[in-house]
Design a protein. Sequence first.
Length: 549
Amino acid sequence: MYQNKLFNTKQNQVIFLIILAFALLTYFIGLFVDVAGDAAKYAAIAKNIFRSGDFINLTIQGQAYDQKPPFMFWLSTFGYFLFGENNFGFKFFPVLYSFFGIFCTYKLGQSLYNKRVATYSALLISFSVFYFLYNIDIHTDLVLLSNIAFSLWQLYEYIKRRKAINFILGFFGVGLAMLSKGPIGAFVPAFALISYLIASKDFKQLVHPKWILGILISLLTVSPALLGLYNQLGTEGIKFFFWTNNTGRIVGSIVADRNTDYFFYLHTLLYIYAPWGFALMFAIFYDFKALFKKQLKPTGYYVLGGIWLFFIIISIAKGKSPNYLSALIPLFSVMLAKQLSNFLENPGSRLFKTISIIQLVTVILLWVFIVLLVGYLFPIKQIFFYLVFAAGLALTIFIYRKANSDIAMKFFAPSILAVTLIMFSINANILPYILQFQSSIVASRIFNENENSDAQLYNYDYEQFELFFYGKDRVIHIADSIELKEKCDNSKAWIYCYEKRLKDVEALETPIDTIYQFKHRGIYNMGVPFILPANREASFENTYLVKLK
């Protein structure tokens, strides 16, 4: 029989601690990596809070911001107080809070099943591509995940023990999830709770008026976001929070690109939840098999209802993004952990052999990807990196050869090591290389180093927000050539723009002092031409930072 202890020898425990330390180092390096796109926008919003002291009324580019509630911005603002306006300050508390999400996922697995499932759940979530990536590229989804995991754990504890403290904390967690990303934060806990009560045939509990009190607790928790929206946008802000934003993403009215692929999230899970994506598909099959055979217990309905009712909604929605899976990652981790606990408990079974082969193939594919990544696409030059990868490969082979008596070690450790090596190379080598072509960041630093006390940096028709975070002082956005003439016809202006807008700047009456030219390729718009080394040079466009005399 499979032993209850996770790793059954001192040697294996030491090996795992080494891998864990390496993973923590990888997470730590990510705290210093630059941010772009939405992450830079969130960093700039937190910067506005830090400078103004206004934690309620959110702004960006001098305008009211209504797209996301303030919880994550508050966390980053506290980071600025301690560490300054920099990457580390922006990321520190959201990343720390994501570790709270790992703890809550562990407790959820323990509450639903047992400590072994809890431990597996924590390993699966913390060593997934999703968790690594979103701890580099900080989004509100990162803290949403933690708050949903917290609410799911506390609400199930309430179902089991009927303690008032779990009821209060559960709905407080729902409120925090809504304070992270709007009403979407309430969907998964609500679906899980309703599914459990229906499966238990506890209809009296289902219609009990106490749930009204729970809703009020959640609304009170989210009230700072509602107050800020009402202050700036009136009742339209409240309507946007509860209705327009959510329905608009479902029908596609407020999204730039409509996606009609109803299987988008299934195939997205294969890579975003790597190295566990293929094993997850296997677990999904067996959970539905148990459902159709009526072998699923109410705890299984808590997990399945929480996942699939929400999954259907986001799958039929016209606005799709891998970010939306964040609400489901804790429950997916618990579901897979439960199935792995069954598989690994019977190492002689056909199911165990199948899942082991699936994971072995996954590890092989990950190593092929490592070789492709660091050997061809973004080749590394420092010998230190080669030594790290060589040590990782040697350790992987050692684990497969020497850990036969420890089923969990053989299943988890090689996958964890491979994905950690990939993310280490991304954090330490690949992203620093790529981000040198996110020229808005480079331009901001040039301005910061060379501007005088009266200089003003302008963002001319550039659609992203890096300047608003990395610019030393307040940056002003300019939308068109008329506004350009009104605001920049002076000798204190620095203007960042694309090549197509350079002629507008050159047409100003104020003479030009210096023009800095950059190769630009936005990190969210890399595409195959940039990724392939042979085509990379041709994929760049030019951007400019113009200093007027």
